[in-house]
Design a protein around this ligand. Structure first.
Ligand code: ADP
Ligand code: MG
Length: 174
């Protein structure tokens, strides 16, 4: 069995650093998608309420070229974003499963097909689905620090695809 090992730990003193990390992540992810236009990645966003999951998702989607508003999919469960690389179109599906009353509500809503389309799914509160989601490629954990705007963000590769994306990201010097 191959060992997947790629982890990036980033201390963010303020929101600008979270934005910069999301931008670096977007750069590597966009490059990966350009080279693998049929690929799909699943990315989890984990952390308490207010940790910055939606904020990270917003900076990520906007760094990939989306010019409109990225709102929290709190009520819709999922918001799609059509994005492009130089040659290809792909889709980001941004989920917030916090309000699900049943672990399989995402499936009953017809969202399973989104896990196959070229691009990626970003999922806030994956734990609400209680392990019924497809495997994740990258896990993003956000934790509050002692100061109001401090966050510690950990990016973990959970698959070989995820590892390829994370390997190309440089941490931000503090
Ligand atoms: P979640 O989706 O995890 O519930 P949100 O992204 O909706 O959290 O909210 C995070 C809040 O914290 C936003 O108001 C954001 O402006 C603020 N914030 C302050 N500092 C940071 C930081 N370093 N990284 C991310 N968000 C931050
Ligand atoms: Mg949120």
């Amino acid at each position: 069995m191959t060992q997947i090992q790629a982890t990036l730990k980033q201390y963010c003193r303020q929101e600008a650093q979270t934005a910069e990390l999301a931008k670096r992540f977007a750069g590597s992810l966009g490059q990966f998608i350009q080279q693998n236009p049929a690929a799909h990645l699943n990315i989890s966003l984990e952390g308490d309420l207010g940790a910055g999951k939606t904020t990270f998702a917003r900076y990520l989607i906007q760094s990939l070229g989306y010019a409109g508003k990225v709102k929290s999919p709190t009520y819709t469960l999922c918001e799609p974003y059509s994005l492009t690389t130089q040659q290809h179109t792909f889709t980001a599906h941004h989920f917030d499963l916090y309000r699900m009353r049943d672990p399989l509500e995402w499936h009953e809503a017809g969202f399973a097909e989104y896990f196959d389309v070229p691009g990626f799914c970003l999922i806030e509160w994956p734990e609400k689905a209680e392990g019924t989601l497809p495997e994740f490629d990258i896990q993003i954990q956000l934790m509050a620090g002692t100061q109001e705007d401090e966050r510690n963000i950990v990016l973990n590769a959970l698959s070989e695809l995820g590892k390829k994306v994370l390997e190309n990201i440089q941490a931000i010097p503090n």
